[in-house]
Design a protein around this ligand. Structure first.
Ligand SMILES: Cc1cc2nc3c(=O)[nH]c(=O)nc-3n(C[C@H](O)[C@H](O)[C@H](O)COP(=O)(O)O)c2cc1C
Ligand SMILES: O=C(O)C(=O)c1ccccc1
Length: 387
């Protein structure tokens, strides 16, 4: 099925009296998810730092950018595929790592559901270190779709090596090291309700199943979960510096990606030190409030990265946002909160629906705007719109 055919399938379903099960746009999806999710999970997923200014401008800043359509271009067939890490991917989109996918579905297996949505759509899933199911099982559920593994670097180097080795053996195709979260940001929604799911033992299965982590415990997590959770708190975050990059590199033969780079100088430094890709993101405004909208920083990071690919997320809500990020130079675009809402509404089906809606809009926009391929989107670029 071509990605744009999702629209046709919805219209045709309507003729037969069947309406889409979930909204195709973010605002209505979010409203539905607000009704469906438990207050605790909703607060964790929806919340951000401080008064959520950065989180809000991440999304609204897309409105400052616009495209110019080209006419009389044969766009009857669009090619949404990209080459990344030597992989041929059918779309320029991936699922950003979300550490609480597991608890977004009622059965507690949201990571497997996300992986199934990835398997069905060909959209790579970047699996978080925080997971309710071990990486090996998540990888198996991703089917033939390549996946990436996101590492929260623990302060125990042997544990870091163990997690990365497991990911590599499970078949992951890239290692994404998140730089901006060795400590949790100031999140009033969660603080006001003392809401931190990890402290209740959620989403720690990659640790609890790890031989190096288990060797640190006097008794197994199954016997004393509380002690295992406290051990996790102590080991979770290593303060990384540029001097750690050779060590990170030495952990794996997988392509190495640094997530959280927003400054062009940091991008240059990472490229000089030989990383395979930059991941421009401010963690969806969940780590530091007051930061500039990530999309407004993308073009400069791309310029600084030269020929090194730049992945992007933060504030992507629609197919139009995907196209704008590509036009500003992103090599691939990460979807975050929207698919988490999809998981909460309908598990793998819900997440698949969200991805298909975003991809259908992106594909149709390329059709109407005269962009037959992702490279033509890039060539067309996007302009700043002063309102
Ligand atoms: C609930 C939630 C959990 C997240 N967990 C992780 C994580 O485990 N690892 C990580 O690198 N980023 C994590 N992120 C950040 C996302 O990968 C991504 O950067 C962010 O969602 C982009 O913002 P947006 O969803 O508003 O578009 C998380 C984001 C959310 C919303
Ligand atoms: O909630 C998050 O955004 C996140 O990535 C995280 C993961 C572990 C600890 C703290 C924050």
């Amino acid at each position: 099925m071509h990605f744009g055919d999702y629209q046709n399938s919805i219209y045709m379903g309507g003729l037969a009296g069947v309406m889409p099960r979930w909204p195709v746009d973010f605002a209505n999806l979010k409203a539905r998810a607000e009704e469906a999710m438990s207050p605790s999970v909703l607060s964790y997923v929806q919340g951000g730092c401080g008064d959520e200014w950065t989180q809000d401008v991440n999304a609204s800043a897309f409105r400052n950018w616009g495209m110019i359509p080209r006419m009389m271009v044969d766009c009857s067939v669009r090619d949404l595929s990209i080459d990344l890490f030597g992989l041929k991917l059918p779309t320029p989109v991936f699922m950003a790592p979300i550490g609480v996918n597991g608890i977004c579905t009622e059965d507690g297996h949201g990571d497997l559901a996300a992986a199934q949505a990835s398997a069905r759509t060909g959209v790579p899933f970047c699996a978080s270190t925080l997971s309710n199911d071990p990486i090996e099982e998540v990888a198996a559920a991703q089917g033939d779709t390549p996946g990436f593994f996101q590492l929260y670097t623990p302060n125990d180097e042997a544990l870091a090596a163990s997690l990365v080795g497991r990911a590599e053996r499970a078949g992951y195709k890239a290692l994404v090291v998140t730089l901006d979260t060795w400590v949790t940001g100031w999140r009033p929604r969660d603080l006001n309700t003392a809401n931190f799911p990890q402290l209740r033992g959620a989403v720690l299965q990659n640790y609890f199943s790890d031989p190096v982590f288990r060797a640190r415990l006097a008794v197994p997590p199954e016997e004393n979960p509380q002690a295992a959770i406290l051990e996790w708190v102590g080991v979770f975050g290593k303060v990384l510096s540029w001097d750690d990059l050779p060590w990170l590199r030495s952990l794996t033969a997988m392509p190495l990606v640094l997530k959280g780079i927003c400054h062009p100088d940091d991008a240059r430094r990472a490229v000089d030190l030989g990383v395979d890709a930059i991941y421009c993101s401010n963690h969806g405004g969940r780590q530091a409030n007051g930061g500039i909208a990530a999309i407004d920083l993308l073009a400069e990071v791309v310029a600084a990265a030269g020929s090194t690919p730049v992945l992007f997320d933060s504030g992507v809500r629609s197919g139009s946002d995907v196209i704008k990020a590509l036009a500003l130079g992103a090599a691939a675009v990460g979807i975050g909160r929207p698919y988490a809402y999809g998981l909460a509404l309908g598990g793998a089906d819900g997440a698949e629906h969200v991805l298909r809606s975003i991809l259908a809009e992106a594909d149709l926009l390329m059709a109407v705007n005269g962009y037959p391929s992702v490279s033509t989107v890039r060539e067309a670029g996007a302009l700043r719109q002063s309102l």
